[in-house]
Design a protein around this ligand. Structure first.
Ligand SMILES: [Zn+2]
Ligand SMILES: [Zn+2]
Length: 154
């Protein structure tokens, strides 16, 4: 299993581009320089700002506009930090049965099969199947939904 946090950590900014000062993590993928207070962003921050400004967008457009590789966008999807909107043309696939998912690694059925009745860490990988698949692929952050379920990790 790949470690998405480590992969993203390897790509995060460490030093300020303007003055070379050390960056400190703020929130939502934003880092601030301790010396000149200018802000830098990691992949998550770049995508978040782009989606905040432009609204939901396809992965290819996010990649083009933010410079974040599509592989990383996919990792965010698999780990439920991004979701593909209902009615999209493109979805990611359940890693076990290949059915369409809006986010996550496994559909609910496969999660149940793998994890049995246990609702431990596997539950975090469960994605959601789209109700239909007609329009264009768009994604947004999962923030609101996670807060409602009360399993938001910060
Ligand atoms: Zn600086
Ligand atoms: Zn499945």
């Amino acid at each position: 299993m790949y470690d998405v946090e480590k992969f993203i950590m390897d790509r995060r900014p460490v030093f300020c581009k303007k003055c070379g000062g050390k960056l400190f993590y703020q929130a939502g993928g934003v880092y601030q320089c301790q010396d000149c207070e200018s802000e830098e962003y990691d992949d998550f921050g770049r995508i978040k700002i782009f989606l905040d400004e432009h609204g939901p967008a396809p992965a290819t457009e996010i990649q083009e506009e933010t410079g974040v590789p599509i592989e990383i966008i996919n990792l965010f999807l698999k780990h439920g930090r991004l979701e593909i909107l209902e009615g999209s043309k493109f979805y990611i696939q359940c890693e076990k049965c290949g059915c369409a998912l809006r986010y996550g690694r496994f559909c609910l059925d496969c999660t149940r099969q793998i994890a049995g009745q246990l609702m431990g860490p596997m539950f975090e990988m469960t994605g959601e199947k789209p109700k239909n698949a007609k329009m264009h692929e768009k994604m947004r952050f999962l923030g609101d939904k996670d807060e409602k379920k009360g399993r938001k990790k910060r």
